[in-house]
Design a binder for this molecule. Structure first.
Ligand SMILES: C[S@@+](CC[C@H](N)C(=O)[O-])C[C@H]1O[C@@H](n2cnc3c(N)ncnc32)[C@H](O)[C@@H]1O
Length: 359
């Protein structure tokens, strides 16, 4: 099975994800969908595909994991032993060297067939623990759930498990299936906060601890809270109400972004971060962000969601996205987009360094 890879993407964007991967391997073939968001694919060379993908950062592919062996499951307590033996027999098991940080990441595939409900004698957490303890003892590698260098990926479908071992950098995410989870905090204002946290982590940027932020489409105020709590002064723009818990260092412009930007440009306002989460067509949002770039300080950046329509016979969401990104690329030197685990019908984009204006 050395040519088999598990591709994870949001179900609705699976086709777009496979299309992206075919740029790196035009022989990539989807053999079956193990779940609406997990495709079992064959590739001419999985190692080449995954390292190419890691370098090129596709938008819709959330996670890649090699499937180097398939193990029949009885869904009883006996499975853990059988899985341990099969995984320890893989040639890639040698990657678990003494002192190497590793994690076992087990996922259960949500069956495509709603009428099938598999009863398992173990949870994914129990399998992770049992297998990691066995591998650590056998190899001297050290279990590290948060910062693994090597990942043992295990996907349990109804009757079979698919296992493989790879560098975490080749999986495109350190999290099982790219499912980045955050602890729920009592001060959290909206679920949208998780999108901003995940975006910052994914794009490798952090919020400054001072300066000015503009938050477009701010209500109820989750992003505003994160920007403010980092230490920034925030102008929150939204016709809707902000959560009452937001107070100091937040100015609420209760109106539309289009009107605020007109004023801000006229008054030559400057911001270190411009955030946007407005419910608005991706291309329209991109046009507004291009307009807003004159309000961005030279080292600042824009972080924005781009909302996409659902696919239909005459609607191609990827086309809308391409148009929006092309527009941003014309005006910013750095543009990177990703569909995050916390994104629904949208992607998140970061744009920085406005291009010098043409003479
Ligand atoms: C997904 S919510 C934003 C959630 C927010 N980021 C948070 O963390 O709580 C989208 C918001 O965009 C606002 N919105 C839509 N069009 C807008 C516009 N033209 N100008 C300003 N806000 C707009 C809506 O009122 C809505 O509150």
């Amino acid at each position: 099975m050395e040519n088999t890879v598990l591709v994870t993407a949001q179900a609705e964007f699976m086709e777009a994800a496979l299309h992206e991967l075919r740029r790196f391997d035009n022989n990539l073939k989807c053999e079956t969908l193990l779940a609406p968001d997990i495709a079992l694919c064959t590739s001419a060379g999985v190692a080449r595909l995954t390292s190419k993908a890691a370098g090129e950062r596709p938008v819709f592919v959330r996670h890649l994991a090699p499937a180097q062996t398939v193990i029949p499951l009885s869904n009883s307590e006996q499975d853990a032993g059988a899985l341990a033996v099969a995984i320890a027999g893989l040639p890639t098991f040698a990657m678990l060297e003494r002192g190497q940080r590793f994690a076992v990441q087990t996922r259960f595939a949500q069956s495509n067939d709603q009428s099938v409900s598999v009863k398992r004698a173990y949870s994914s957490g129990q399998l992770n623990q049992q297998l990691a303890a066995a591998f650590a003892e056998e190899t001297g590698a050290v279990e590290s759930i948060k910062k693994p260098q090597v990942i043992v990926s295990l996907l349990c479908a109804d009757l079979n498990a698919y296992a493989g071992i790879s560098l975490s950098s080749d999986n495109l995410s350190d999290w099982p299936g790219g499912m980045r989870h955050y602890a729920q905090l009592p001060e959290q204002i909206s679920r949208a906060e998780l999108k901003l946290l995940e975006a910052l982590e994914t794009f490798g940027v952090s919020l400054p601890d001072s300066g000015d932020a503009l938050d477009l489409g701010a209500a109820p105020g989750g992003w505003t809270r994160l920007l403010r709590d980092a230490g920034m002064r925030v102008v929150a723009v939204d016709p809707a109400r902000l959560d009452d818990r937001l107070g100091g260092r937040v100015e609420h412009y209760r109106g539309y972004a289009e009107d605020y930007l007109e004023e801000a440009l006229a008054r030559r306002k400057k911001f270190d971060i411009i955030a946007n989460d407005m419910r608005m067509d991706a291309r329209e949002a991109a046009r507004l962000l291009v307009q807003a770039r004159s309000c961005l300080r030279p080292d600042g950046f824009i972080i924005s969601t781009l909302k996409l329509p659902h696919a239909a016979i005459d609607i191609d969401p990827s086309r809308n996205l391409k148009e929006a990104i092309r527009l941003l690329e014309k005006h910013f030197a750095v543009v990177q987009a990703k569909q995050l685990f916390h994104n629904r019908q949208e992607v998140t984009v970061i744009a920085a360094k406005p291009q010098p204006s043409l003479p």
